[in-house]
Design a binder for this molecule. Structure first.
Ligand code: 4AD
Ligand code: MG
Length: 433
């Protein structure tokens, strides 16, 4: 029977230097040097080295070395000692150790494994130091996102996950049976935020979005998280100003609060420190010119692919905002400029090749124009009846954007694939674990 004990968590050990403590956790690594052996124990708040010498423990405990295995669960009693060589700054001189459960041979040894093997074992892989660091950064980014909007008078309006509306085109819709009709899993909560902004001025939602992405890339998941603010009386420029302030906030909070984690991930922080206002703002036309000037083949009027984004990003230290797009590249709800040729949309490309992290823009606010756009895009008017109401009762200019959480966390962590930045990633080929 596993005994439950009161314990001190590893991240609090520093407050107990010279004192005896008890901690519960799992064996991360074991090694021995002559008459001493060492166990690295993890408990979810950190990793600590435990030193076991034959002088300090009973022979039974000293003998545990031969039976203990990686990931066995243990309860340790010992004295907290200063240890300037470790990141934690302390280690434990063990006085007693109780084994709670001896782990079977652990499939993930502390060596390199192929990613597909690791993904099959994602439920275990999460225990490794690097994954621990990524999840902590993700948690911190989520907190900094919520803090940003919660302290700026935004009202939280959760958008539904089941919807009858296609927002971002019809090719990536997940359709599901919904009593005697069909529903879609939401691709974006934007349309509901527009209703929110007309009710409360400034709102946001933050949750999972679903897209049946058939492409296998480093940047696409079928289930990903997006934060979507929407603001009444904001035009494209106001929107870009807010995006900039928001991204600077996320980056600076990550640098400040995730020092240990970014160190574990060997992230070059100097690159994150270069992210500063003002961000470069270029039009789509200027971006195309930049590509052509640098010898890149690119067809005017198409969307930027990964190599194009990488080239554009390589010219700047901060994220680049690309605005004013040929309207055919953008969704039905985008407002156009006076020439009627350009959509007042903005994409933000992260530095260092992490790709597009934000998509947003100013919304069409005229009822009849919007009806025409919905028809032009071949979407069913009936599903948008409620959305069109927003242009009937006190319509105002308004804007918003969506920031993809996993791409942002990839960038902050310096991880080249989004699948490592969400606990249990969903891609075309993966539903388990
Ligand atoms: O550019 P997108 O498609 O914009 C929208 O959905 C707007 N309705 C948002 C709004 O204005 N409220 O998606 C926004 C961001 C992308 O820039 C990207 O960061 C992320 O969502 N994203 C994905 N992340 C991971 N996997 C996918 N399949 C993603 N699709 C979009
Ligand atoms: Mg986009």
């Amino acid at each position: 029977m596993v005994k439950k004990m009161k314990n001190i968590s590893i991240n609090k050990l520093k407050d107990f230097i010279g004192k005896e403590v008890q901690l519960n956790g799992w064996i991360y690594n074991l090694r021995s040097v002559g008459k001493i052996w060492f166990a690295i124990v993890r408990d979810g708040t950190g990793f600590v080295q435990c030193v076991i010498t034959s002088n300090d423990v009973s022979s039974d405990v000293f003998e545990l070395e031969s039976s203990l295995t990686q990931e066995s669960s243990v309860s340790v009693k010992g004295i907290v000692q200063e240890d300037s060589r470790s990141d934690l700054g302390v280690e434990i001189l063990v006085k007693d150790m109780e084994v709670i459960h001896i782990a079977e041979e652990y499939p993930i040894a502390l060596k390199e494994h192929g990613v597909s093997f690791l993904m099959d074992n994602r439920h275990l892989w999460l225990r490794s130091k690097k994954q621990y660091a990524i999840m902590k950064v993700r948690q911190n980014v989520i907190k900094s996102i919520r803090d940003f909007f919660d302290t700026r008078d935004f009202v939280l309006i959760d958008s539904p996950m089941f919807t009858g509306n296609a927002v971002e085109g019809t090719t990536t819709l997940f359709e599901t049976e919904y009593f005697n009709r069909s529903a879609y899993l939401t691709q974006s909560g934007q349309l509901y935020q527009e209703a929110g902004a007309m009710a409360f001025g400034k709102t946001y939602c933050f949750g999972p979005c679903f897209r049946a992405e058939k492409s296998k890339t480093r940047k696409h998941l079928t289930e990903f998280w997006m934060v979507e603010p929407e603001m009444a009386f904001y035009d494209l420029k106001d929107n870009m100003d807010l995006i900039e302030e928001f991204i600077v906030h996320i980056v600076s909070q990550s640098i400040e609060n995730c020092k240990e984690e970014l160190k574990i991930l060997e992230r070059d922080i100097t690159l994150l420190e270069k992210v500063k206002s003002p961000f470069p703002r270029i039009t789509y036309d200027e971006a195309v010119k930049l590509l052509h000037d640098n010898g890149q083949e690119f067809k005017y009027g198409s969307d930027f692919g990964a190599p194009d984004e990488e080239l554009i990003a390589s010219k700047f230290d901060s994220p680049v905002m690309i605005h004013s797009w040929p309207h055919a590249t953008k969704a039905f709800y985008m407002k156009r400029d006076d020439s009627d040729k350009l959509a007042l949309g903005v994409d933000v490309i992260a530095p260092e090749g992490y790709g597009e992290i934000v998509g947003g823009g100013q919304r069409e606010d005229d009822h009849d124009t919007l009806v025409k756009r919905i028809e032009d895009h071949g979407l069913p008017l009936s599903a948008f009846k409620w959305y069109l109401d927003l242009r009937k009762y006190g319509s105002v200019i308004h804007s918003g954007f969506g920031l993809g959480l996993e791409r942002t966390v990839s960038w902050i962590c310096g991880i080249d694939h989004v699948r490592q930045t969400i606990p249990f990633p969903r891609t075309m080929g993966r539903l388990e674990p």
